[in-house]
Design a protein around this ligand. Sequence first.
Ligand SMILES: *[C@@H]1O[C@H](CO)[C@@H](O)[C@H](O)[C@H]1NC(C)=O
Ligand SMILES: *[C@@H]1O[C@H](CO)[C@@H](O)[C@H](O)[C@H]1NC(C)=O
Length: 201
Amino acid sequence: MQTTFVTVALSLAVACLVGQVSASIVFDRACPTGIDAMQYFSVESYLGKWYEMQRYESEFELNYDCVQVQYTLNEDDSVQVSNSAYNLFNGSTINALGRAVLSFPDEEIIQGKLNVSFFGAPNDLSNYWVLDTDYQTFSVVWNCQPLGEQQSEESFWVLSRTPTLPTDRDVMFRIHNIMRRYIDRNQVRFTRQLDDRCPVF
Ligand SMILES: *[C@@H]1O[C@H](CO)[C@@H](O)[C@H](O)[C@H]1NC(C)=O
Ligand SMILES: *[C@@H]1O[C@H](CO)[C@@H](O)[C@H](O)[C@H]1NC(C)=O
């Protein structure tokens, strides 16, 4: 009993360490190819606070809402990642500190691909791809990692600068355009941001 609890707590702790990167699901297919990240990506414009609107649910992140991410520039030009979330069922808060760097900073055209890692782990995986963002309103983030040849693990988030996603047509169109092509809507979970209990992180 005790051991099970500890194991579960540990798994959750690890999931929290991994932070948002753990919001992933396994598909019985290889990673889709031909998905482009944003081009001419600007890290500077991407900094600041984002609210999670939607994500692929993972059993580890289950029940966590009010998810907020704060990106700030470190002195070495990497990005500090601070993820916070609140469990509306039992009132627990999680926070994960990480670091992000551009995956391929020397490319002529900088792509919105980042290597994000948490708690000092090496930034050796291009695991955060910004497929589209206008920097001021929304961001659509996706990634796929192969699991052998027949399976893959995909993550997906829609982020918003405000706790409610603006409904103007251009924003809706751009998000919809990506989701319709690449995202399995049945697996998408909407993050609750408007609950009175959501803390101000
Ligand atoms: C709340 O639930 C989460 C996971 O569902 C768990 O990790 C956490 O320890 C729980 N916190 C409290 C205070 O019970
Ligand atoms: C990011 O990860 C990829 C592997 O997915 C690697 O090729 C690349 O060199 C890494 N970028 C940095 C800046 O470490």
